[in-house]
Design a protein around this ligand. Structure first.
Ligand code: ZN
Ligand code: ZN
Length: 337
């Protein structure tokens, strides 16, 4: 079987003709495999969905119980047959429940990474390196300028700032699914044991992580405590809330944002971020190129971000590569809902 018989880019997303399913379709379809629960990948309204149990739970949490006609929970490593195509979900290290999808048919092994990182993250299963013939990789941060920090070292910057400005609330913009819980977990790992306060939009996912054994220690909702309790405290909120009226209650907070984009000083300045934390749930340039090399794939398809640079890198390393240009995925590391 040729690779382009196994996966076809379509306006609704990647389609597998022999299996009759889409991967992370951007519009409602009959059969969908979902890599992870971020809203641009996991949309409601498909007739049949297969994903990890955590991804299904998180979709249920966001969209309600009618998020799909039928839902099939698949464990990591479990191989399921979908009309002659064998499908395996493997850990992607991106957020809780995130998966790469390995397709095997007609002697061909093809991996769709979905969003991923290889950097350590205490809140999800580590990325699994998979050997394959064709690798379809994301490219959110596919430029050599992107080098993410080690999360604990970035969090130390936050603790230093708290010592310097003990009266100011430290307001940290974090994506609601994944980043918030990772920042909490790393804060605990480096020994921060005071309560961490949450914007209402982060409560449901954080509670869900706790039910999966990822209890972040003392956590409280901002709305439940008097303002005076928040002086010198760490408050997590969605990135967009850093600049809305909600943030005014904190007086003169230290505004921070935990994102791979914070590598770009101009971006931090333009977003009014005083304390940039370069923490990302996506692979940086090093991780992307290392993953391409380690896969052993001769053919690299690049999607979802800065395709050109990674295509170019792959070609100069003797691989055949192309950009897929599938539309509909956001730069979720920054401000998507
Ligand atoms: Zn994602
Ligand atoms: Zn994504």
């Amino acid at each position: 079987m040729r690779p382009d018989e196994l996966i076809v880019p379509t306006p609704a997303g990647l389609f597998c003709p022999p299996g009759g399913f889409y991967i992370d379709p951007t519009r409602p379809v009959e059969r969908a495999l979902i890599t992870h629960a971020h809203s641009d990948h996991a949309r409601p309204g498909h007739a049949a969905v297969a994903a990890t149990g955590e991804t299904l739970d998180l979709m249920w949490l966001r969209y309600g119980e009618d998020f799909a006609g039928t839902a099939q929970a698949v464990s990591y490593g479990e191989r399921i047959g979908v009309d002659g195509t064998r499908v395996t979900f493997c850990p992607a290290g991106h957020v809780l429940g995130s998966a790469q999808i390995l397709l095997e048919a007609g002697g061909l092994r093809l991996v769709v990474t979905g969003d991923y990182k290889t950097e350590r993250d205490p809140t999800c299963a580590p990325f699994e390196r998979l050997a394959c013939d064709v690798l379809i990789t994301e490219a959110t941060f596919a430029l050599p300028v992107f080098r993410h920090g080690k999360a604990p070292r970035e969090i130390e910057k936050l603790l230093r700032s708290l010592t310097l400005f003990p009266e100011r609330t430290h307001l940290i913009g974090v994506y609601a699914l994944g980043k918030a819980q990772r920042v909490i977990a790393v804060l605990r790992e480096v020994g921060y044991d005071l309560p961490i306060y949450l914007h209402g939009a982060l409560e449901a996912t954080t509670r869900y992580y706790a039910t999966r054994g990822l209890d972040g220690g003392p956590i409280a909702a901002v709305r439940e405590v008097p303002r005076t309790a928040l002086a010198g405290a760490i408050v997590l909120c969605p990135p967009a809330a850093l600049h809305d009226v909600w943030a005014r209650r904190f007086g003169e907070p230290v505004k921070s944002l935990a994102s791979g984009w914070m590598r770009l000083r101009a971006r931090a300045r333009q977003r009014g971020v005083e304390l940039p934390l370069v923490i990302s749930d996506h692979a940086d340039w090093e991780e992307l190129t290392a993953t391409v090399a380690a896969s052993g794939a001769g053919e690299i398809w690049v999607t979802h971000g800065r395709e050109d640079a990674l295509v170019h890198w792959s070609v100069t390393h003797g691989l055949s590569a192309r950009a897929l240009n599938v539309a509909g995925y956001g730069e979720e590391d920054e401000d998507a809902p």
